[in-house]
Each structure stands twice: as C-alpha cells, then as structure tokens.
Ligand binder design. Structure first.
Ligand code: SF4
Length: 354
C-alpha cells in the first residue's frame, strides 16, 4: 500500500520508482529525468519521464539548472555562432519583436547568450549550441484506486494524450490488487496505453526501488514494446506539425528539467511544525504529524487549519542560523534534485536515497 489515502503519496512513489527503474523492461539505455504535474493548458500529466541522451543532457547543463521558458528557448535555440543582429538571426516569432528583444535581455542576464551593442542594434551570439537532449517523452497518469468507473472516466483523457502526440508513450499507473489486471479495465483504454500495477513496499529500504514485485505491465498486448505507438516520422491526425510538436516538447522538457518531481517543496509547508519527511521504501515522502498521514499538496498550505509555524526555538538548536527544520527539509529536497540531475548527466543508471 502506498502511504496514507492521498494519491499524492502514490504519485511521489511512482516518481521515485521511475527515477530508479524506468523503463518497465529494466533495460535503461538513456539518462532519465522525472517531473510531476506538467503538461499543456488542456492537459496536465501526473508524472513525466524524459528519456534523455546522456551527452545531450550534459551539454544542456551549460545553460544552467533553471528552466528556459518558451521565450528564452526561442532565443537560445536560434542564437547564431557568430555575432548578428537579433532580428536577422532569429526566426520571425509571429509576435512583436519588442518581446523578443526583452527575451534577449533576459537571456543575456542569465548568461545563456552573449549580447553586444552595435550602434543602436543589439547583436547576439550563442554560448554553445542548444543540444538535442530529449530522446523520448513519457506521460504517466496515476490512479491508485483504478476501478471500472475510474477507468471509464480516465479513458477519454488518455485517448486525448494519444491523439495530441506530444508524448511518445502514455501509461496509467495503479495500485496492484494482487490479481492480474482486470480485462474490464483494459477494455476502456486505447490499445496504445500501457498499464503499470504497483505494489509499493514500505520495508524496502535497501536495494530495491520501493516497488515490491513490480510493476506488472498489463497484458500481453500492452507490453513495453507494444506501447511504442508513435514512430517519430508519424504524426497522428489532429496532432501539431513537426516543428510545433518539437517546440512544445522542448518547452515541456525544459520545465521538467528545471522543476523535477520534488518541486512540491516549493508549494507545501515544510516550515509547519507538523511537516515531516518519512522514509517509505527508498522514497522520502511528506508526512503530516497532525493528520498522521501523507497530506495532499493542496491541503498542505498556509490555509490549512492545523498549520502552525515551527517554533523560533527550533531554529537555534543546531540548525543553520537562517532556518530551522523546515529550511533543512527544503535544502535536502533541493539538494536531491540537483544530485539526481548530476548523476543522470554522468550515467544513465543506478542511484540511491530519496
Ligand atoms: S498541519 Fe497542515 S500545513 Fe502543517 S504539515 Fe499538516 S497538512 Fe501541512
């Protein structure tokens, strides 16, 4: 069982599993970056797995740890090797150039391009080619309690994911029931969607990925090989064209790179006296001592009726002068995010810790 009743704990466990063990076949050929709650205006995915070219991921590091938003990407991806006026160098953005000019200044402030002034013209030059670091993008929808009616409700959403073609694979992750996945659940999903059934093991504190036996990939027709439904040269009807699709995938990948899946530390309240991190298998998951369970990301906020700021005295007992346990937790999770990114740049496998 995943901790508490909240889907949030399940979601974080899936993220941790993916970080350690993606793909389900176990044959990791690429570096992996995992993020959560990312998508488009129309659709947000619970878990996003980026399969990355390790050399490309290492080259991406040159542009810093923060995400490049769409405006910055436009500048960075098209910045020339030699000095040129930005309007000559960059493709027509389809919106006023003054916004591009503002993005050029932001890019220079972030040191992701070089600029110089020639008369009243601003010239730009790239610091390095923006690498083609994204190999494949995988979307996972988490539904721990996937019964037949939940499967029906989810079917349209995952069918939409298949149609838009932004992701290369679409999976639904659910909690294993101890039985083989019910055919009734499979019947509601497009055949292009894979199902992962997890049985997370709280006691798995050494060597495993937190999943007791699994995951079980659903049915012989839905093996990992069979969900490779989108050959790169094929665009499903209604899906964006190649350039647009490529641009949107890089925007998603940048957001995943910048945020990772531990970004809940920026929205939850580690500075509440009841906030704890508890080990679950090989994951460190948020735990609320007041509610004695894993809180949802939405309820763990300043508006929570049980919120209590950590006492000032906690900040003076061996904690850094600038913070108490809450600051320590934030630093720990941020550090883990950096550390995992660093590890994936160096190797496409292995790892430890939550
Ligand atoms: S009491 Fe509320 S704010 Fe504090 S840790 Fe629990 S859920 Fe979060």
């Amino acid at each position: 069982m995943s901790p508490g009743t909240a889907e949030f704990g399940f979601e974080l466990s899936v993220c941790r599993w993916a970080e350690l063990s993606w793909p389900p076949t176990g044959d990791r050929e690429h570096a992996v970056v995992v993020a959560r709650q990312l998508g488009t205006q129309q659709r947000r995915w619970d878990t996003v797995v980026l399969e990355c070219d390790p050399a490309g991921l290492a080259a991406r590091q040159r542009f810093g740890p923060r995400e490049l938003d769409s405006d910055l990407l436009h500048v960075v991806r098209h910045a020339p090797a030699e000095w040129a006026w930005y309007r000559d160098a960059l493709p027509d953005p389809g919106y006023p150039w003054r916004y591009v000019r503002a993005a050029v200044h932001r890019a220079a402030d972030r040191d992701v391009v070089e600029t110089r002034r020639q008369g009243n013209r601003i010239e730009i030059r790239r610091i390095a080619p923006y690498p083609d670091w994204l190999h494949r993008l995988v979307a996972i929808e988490n539904k721990p309690d996937l019964d037949a009616s939940a499967a029906r409700a989810l079917a349209d959403q995952v069918a939409h994911d298949v149609e838009t073609g932004l992701a290369d694979e679409v999976w639904v992750a659910t909690e294993a029931t101890g039985e083989r996945i019910e055919p009734a659940l499979l019947a509601d999903f497009p055949v292009d969607v894979g199902i992962l059934a997890f049985s997370f093991d709280e006691a798995d504190s050494a060597g495993g990925d937190g999943a007791a036996d699994g995951p079980v990939a659903a049915g012989p027709a839905r093996t990992a090989a069979s969900v490779e439904w989108l050959p790169s040269e094929v665009t499903p009807p209604g899906a964006p064209g190649d350039d647009e699709r490529r641009r949107r995938r890089f925007e998603l990948a940048e957001r995943a790179y910048g945020r990772g899946w531990r970004s809940y530390v920026e929205t939850m309240r580690p500075d509440c006296r009841h906030f704890e991190l508890r080990r679950f298998g090989r994951s460190l998951l948020p735990h609320c001592a007041a509610k004695d369970r894993s809180p949802t990301a939405a309820e763990c906020a300043g508006s929570c009726p049980a919120f209590e700021p950590e006492p000032p005295a906690w900040r003076t007992r061996g904690w850094p002068i600038e913070g108490g346990p809450g600051t320590g937790i934030q630093a720990l999770l941020r550090g883990r995010r950096e550390w995992v990114r660093e590890r994936e740049r160096e190797t496409s496998g292995g790892g430890d810790g939550g």
